[in-house]
Design a protein around this ligand. Structure first.
Ligand SMILES: Cc1ncc(COP(=O)(O)O)c(C=O)c1O
Length: 368
């Protein structure tokens, strides 16, 4: 095994999928594979999910840009793949690429919709799209004020086939927040206006992981799940990733000796420390210096001194019989204890998503 490894547990992934499918009550599930499947490896995750029975509610996959979509097709994935945010200019090259790779674009502005119409005007075939609306998050999306224009435009451009209508929640974890209520109401109204205008979109989707958890927009028939599929954000889910690093060396420190670059840790008494084969070059962030903990033989060990590019030091004074065959768990379960992405995110003053996507490509992802 390499010095630091991200272990991917496909059994946990499937358990999460089943649990979420159950919670989704008949809605289909679009799994977000962007940013290398939230750091988990899109190859491993899509491979594992592709083996789900056809009866499962797996609808397809979501990526951020065309390049990520091409990767999935190159790896043999046949399910629908949606390009969620990267279609911000539509030209002939992009159109050819989407057609060749069978990628479905999410269009999130009138400008791009118009560019698309112009490009496909000479084509004999239709193009399937999902339209994204800004219902209050004010990130991407066609604005409410543009709905009439959008509908009229689509009526006169029948080659654009509206397969889906979608929007994105800003605070899906807060069911009764005025913004969530407003977003749900706005999206419901948009769907009604499209129906009234004769557009029968096959898919209507508003929920991400927290939106599903809060049972927002029950009328939808698709949910887009990232974090929860990977086992975060809900106690009943099981983390899919476990990040470990090899113990390289064990050494004794006497009182007063210091550790690592900048000598930011000084031993107050005699102690035992271990050097681990992981550092900020792997995404184990420097902000964890003197703050984070790892698990070795089920025991919590404090990071001591500054995390360096390839190495991290920990206090193992209380870990009996530790040796260089041991591995430290940086993220995940060891014995009865667990280091969560939330715990690391708190130290780094960020969110779990950033911790996971920050695990660098140097760390091999392996199935266990
Ligand atoms: C448009 C869209 N839908 C769904 C998701 C999934 O969100 P989550 O990871 O919270 O489930 C994301 C994630 O950023 C997104 O951008």
């Amino acid at each position: 095994m390499r010095q630091t490894t991200l272990e991917i547990d496909s059994a946990n992934l499937k358990k999460n999928f089943d649990l979420l499918a159950n919670q989704a009550k008949g809605k289909e599930i679009l799994v977000l594979l962007k940013s290398d499947a939230y750091g988990h490896s899109h190859s491993l995750i899509s491979m594992a999910l592709d083996k789900l029975p056809t009866s499962s509610k797996l609808h397809g996959f979501g990526v951020a840009n065309v390049e990520e979509g091409i990767e999935l097709r190159r790896e043999g994935i046949r399910k629908p793949v949606y390009v969620m945010s990267g279609i911000q200019h539509y030209d002939e090259d992009l159109d050819r690429c989407l057609q060749t790779c069978d990628l479905i674009p999410v269009i999130s502005s009138m400008r791009v919709l118009k560019e698309m119409a112009e490009v496909i005007a000479v084509s004999p075939t239709n193009r399937k799209v999902h339209l994204k609306f800004n219902t209050g998050m004010n990130r991407l999306g066609i604005d409410l004020s543009e709905i009439s224009t959008c509908i009229e435009f689509l009526k006169s451009n029948p080659k654009i086939q509206v397969d889906g209508l979608m929007s994105h929640l800003a605070i899906g974890e807060k069911r009764s927040h005025p913004l969530t209520k407003q977003q749900e109401a706005n999206f419901t109204a948009i769907c009604k206006r499209f129906e009234k205008a004769g557009f029968t979109a096959n898919w209507k989707h508003l929920c991400n992981s927290s939106g599903l958890e809060s049972s927002i927009f029950p009328k939808g028939n698709l949910v887009r799940l990232g974090l929860s599929i990977y086992g975060l954000g809900n106690r009943n889910l099981i983390p899919v990733a476990r990040w470990t690093a090899q113990v390289y060396q064990i050494r004794e420190l006497t009182k007063g000796e210091c550790v690592g670059y900048g000598a930011t840790f000084r031993a107050k008494k005699k102690m035992k420390m271990a050097v681990l084969g992981v550092g900020y070059g792997d995404g184990y962030r420097r902000v964890f210096s003197n703050k984070a903990q790892v698990l070795i033989r089920g025991k919590r060990c404090n990071v001591i001194g500054n995390v360096s590019m390839d190495l991290t030091m920990v206090d193992v004074s209380h870990v009996k019989d530790i040796d260089t065959n041991d591995r430290a768990v940086l993220l995940g379960q060891d014995g009865k204890d667990r280091i969560t992405a939330e715990e690391l995110a708190k130290i780094a003053k960020t969110i779990s998503w950033e911790i996971l996507t920050g695990i660098s490509s140097r760390v091999p992802r392996v199935f266990v």
